[in-house]
Design a protein. Structure first.
Length: 222
């Protein structure tokens, strides 16, 4: 089912940014929201390490990685979003490689990344697609590499109703399915070891850091 306000948000950037700003108040604003996965990755990786932002959209979260001194590639399936990302990186004077491709099957070599982040995108995929995205992350990461995810979390108490309203107005059934599942279990099933996890925004968001075991060999794409 298509949500009318979701369509409006994707067609009009000002509306999307207004919705993002409102939802990000509880974590310190939109800039802080886009830095959540990046800061955890940067704590684990040396300067210049190769990292991938899957489903990079307009590039905000990927640019947060670049500002922390990492060598960044942003991947998205939407050419228009990548054009916006290129313009943003140009204005900021940041060097980022932007690639068009599917998150389930990124056109990048196995074991080529020291880190991967997925910021507020995994809930857009069906359960089967999510599993494929996480397996792709495992393939792309070097042994000992890190995966950072920020996404929705089933809220409790006073945040439960606002989250339900937000999903009804802006999200699709995949988000509802995502909220009913267990992100950590899915990450573990893909071959990762969960190292750190926390809830944010009154429990409406979650941040997770996981590692590909050091002894794990890169897996070839299926």
């Amino acid at each position: 089912m298509t949500r009318p306000l979701r369509t409006l948000a994707y067609r009009h950037r000002w509306f999307y940014e207004a919705v993002t700003a409102t939802g990000a108040v509880s974590v310190g604003g939109p800039a802080r929201l886009r830095q959540l996965a990046a800061t955890w990755l940067a704590e684990q990786l040396p300067a210049g390490a190769p990292v991938l932002d899957l489903c990079c959209g307009g590039g905000e979260a990927a640019l947060a990685l670049a500002q922390l001194g990492l060598s960044v590639c942003g991947l998205d399936v939407a050419p228009r979003a990548l054009d916006q990302a290129r313009e943003r990186s140009r204005r900021l004077g940041l060097e980022v490689t932007w690639i068009e491709g599917l998150a389930e099957d990124p056109p990048l070599p196995s074991g080529s990344q020291a880190g991967v982040q997925i910021s507020l995108a995994l809930h857009e995929f069906s359960a089967g697609e999510r599993a494929a995205v996480l397996c792709a992350c495992h393939r792309l990461l070097q042994p000992g590499g890190w995966l950072a995810i920020v996404d929705l979390h089933p809220a409790q108490g006073p945040m439960a109703l606002p989250q339900q309203l937000f999903c009804a107005l802006f999200e699709t059934e995949t988000a509802v399915d995502f909220l009913a599942g267990d992100l950590a279990a899915g990450v573990t099933a893909a071959g990762f070891v969960v190292a750190r996890r926390e809830q944010l925004a009154g429990g409406a968001l979650q941040r997770l850091l996981a590692q590909k075991p050091a002894g794990a060999a890169p897996q070839p794409p299926e």
